[in-house]
Design a protein around this ligand. Structure first.
Ligand SMILES: Cc1cc2nc3c(=O)[nH]c(=O)nc-3n(C[C@H](O)[C@H](O)[C@H](O)COP(=O)(O)OP(=O)(O)OC[C@H]3O[C@@H](n4cnc5c(N)ncnc54)[C@H](O)[C@@H]3O)c2cc1C
Length: 495
């Protein structure tokens, strides 16, 4: 641990990194992935300078990089996430269109083979651009770095936190640049940890004498494999991707095919309960062929592959409960996967990161009246960090409930026992899904919730509730009739 004295000695040789103007307020973001970049964007509304520190050497082009292995897989930006992106970076949707990114209406151009068959196809005006993850991140990074108040430092790893004398406040970070041995201190009024699922913040806090947060883990043991293919134009195809769902509790395999820019398909297939798709070519194809519907296999079987098969296994839902810590230093907050990482099947990560960035903006607006020098103001504020983590925990409850409730449909899922409420939600959602196969309004309401445009409570509005309960009663009557018929049959008939 570098002490403040040691740090300030080294600081003299690092004036370029640390502002010489003590009147300027500054923030540091650890991690230049989606959560970090969006947080940096809102920090610009409140601080004079923002520095984003990223361990990877960031590519100049939209390319994959080691710190974001998930970029090899299907990556959907939900409709709500896209709205927020446009709000933070006006004109970004037009840029995606210019870059040749396909735009779809989720109910019209993205067939969904659910538990009870194909969902209806119609225009719902719930739309998204289908960009590859590498392109999306690159575009956001370009837009952010166009602001000269932002510095994005690539190939530089944060090693630990700096604190004041009584360690009640984080005052900066210690970083190490690639191929430079010396550690460099960097001071700021606020540090934001957006370093992802493997965040070292619990370890850094412990080094300063704070407790590490408790973790809740819910693991459905999903394994993923993906491959990219050439997409040849086909006038007869009026869709740009499709999803084939698994079917709890028995059929564990599902797949997601998505058109992306540069005339490519990305196909991700996965299996629950360690039914992982093989990473070899033949095994992968056999897995695709074994899905509940042949559409994905038929689409890619003759397509030219553009990548090897890539696999991913770290898919458990993991929530670090910073909001429950009795002691948490000021001057630092955490968000994104560093706090709560979801089973990626539900595509909520980037949108939740975007919602968290808006929350941060709002929290800073309430805490810091707009003024030229905010450094002292944030220093004067008590409990900003703890209060933010509590507000964030409230925001996370909905995506967490949506992701984990579905995972608990599998008996093999490990984690806290599902509550009575979760089980009730399963039953209710099952009826909503059955109804969605024939009722457009119900399907539209479901998609609005999946895309985080509306809260799950919207599925309980009176008109929908009546329909769902009616559907439930019909199902119960049907299954009672079936049981009665079976009971009447002679024992030999069941053999
Ligand atoms: C297989 C898979 C598929 C997914 N699919 C979707 C999807 O379809 N839709 C969706 O919305 N989300 C999806 N997600 C989740 C989504 O990728 C993340 O939620 C999103 O990227 C936000 O993560 P983050 O920015 O918090 O962390 P990450 O994306 O993990 O980024 C953390 C960054 O911090 C850097 N870093 C780490 N430690 C340090 C350090 N000490 N110093 C400096 N830098 C550091 C890393 O290099 C990295 O750049 C998926 C995830 C996976 C794994």
């Amino acid at each position: 641990m570098i002490t403040d004295n040691q740090a300030s000695l080294q600081l003299e040789s690092n004036d370029a990194l640390n502002s010489s103007n003590s009147q300027e307020s500054s923030a540091i973001v650890i991690g230049a992935s989606i959560a970090g970049l969006l947080a940096a964007r809102v920090l610009l509304n409140h601080f004079d300078r923002v520095t984003v520190l990223e361990r990877d050497r960031l590519p100049d082009q939209p390319e994959r990089r080691p710190g974001v292995p998930q970029a090899s897989h299907v990556h959907v930006l939900l409709a709500r996430g896209q709205q927020i992106l446009e709000q933070l970076f006006p004109g970004i949707k037009a840029e995606l269109a210019e870059l040749g990114v396909p735009q779809i209406d989720w109910t019209a151009n993205f067939p969904w083979f659910g538990i009870h068959g194909w969902m209806p196809r119609f225009q719902s005006n719930i739309t998204s651009f289908l960009a590859s993850r590498a392109l999306l991140e690159w575009l956001v990074r370009q837009r952010l770095s166009a602001d000269d108040r932002v510095t994005i430092m690539s190939a530089c790893t944060v090693k630990q936190l700096l604190a004041n004398a009584d360690r009640s406040r984080i005052t900066g970070v210690v970083l190490q640049r690639d191929s430079v041995e010396a550690s460099i201190p960097l001071f700021a009024d606020l540090v934001v940890d957006a370093s992802g699922r493997n965040s070292a913040l619990p370890k850094w806090l412990e080094a300063l004498g704070y407790p590490a947060p408790a973790k809740t883990i819910v693991n459905a043991f999903l394994g993923y494999s993906s491959r990219w293919y050439e997409r040849t134009p086909d006038q007869s195809r009026d869709w740009a991707g499709a999803v084939i769902m698994a079917n709890p509790p028995v059929e564990r395999r599902g797949g997601f095919l998505m058109a992306v820019e540069a005339d490519r398909w990305v196909l991700s297939v996965g299996g629950i309960a360690d039914d992982c798709p093989p990473a070899d070519e033949q095994g992968f194809l056999e897995f695709v062929q074994s899905l509940r519907h042949p559409l994905l296999y038929e689409t890619i079987k003759d397509a030219t592959p553009l990548s090897p098969v890539q696999s991913y296994r770290r898919t458990e839902n993991c929530w670090r409960h910073y909001e429950k810590l009795k002691r948490f230093p000021e001057g630092i907050i955490a968000l994104g996967d560093a706090v709560c990482a979801f089973n990626p099947i539900y595509g909520q990560g980037m949108t939740t990161a975007a919602l968290s960035a808006l929350l941060l903006d709002q929290a800073l607006t309430q805490t810091l009246p707009l003024a030229a020098n905010q450094a002292n103001r944030i220093n004067d504020r008590h409990c900003f960090s703890r209060v933010f983590q509590m507000q964030l925990a409230r925001l996370l409850q909905t995506p967490w409930m949506m992701a984990t409730s579905d995972d608990f449909r599998w008996e093999t899922t490990e984690g806290d026992e599902p509550t009575y409420f979760t089980r009730l939600m399963h039953r209710y959602m099952e009826q909503v899904i059955i109804l969605s196969t024939s009722d457009l309004a119900t399907y539209q309401a479901l998609i609005e919730v999946i895309h985080m445009l509306k809260p799950p409570t919207s599925l309980f509005r009176p008109q929908l509730l009546r329909k769902v309960l009616g559907q439930w009663l019909r199902c119960r009557t049907k299954s009672k009739d079936l049981s009665r018929q079976r009971a009447k049959q002679p024992a030999s008939a069941s053999l």
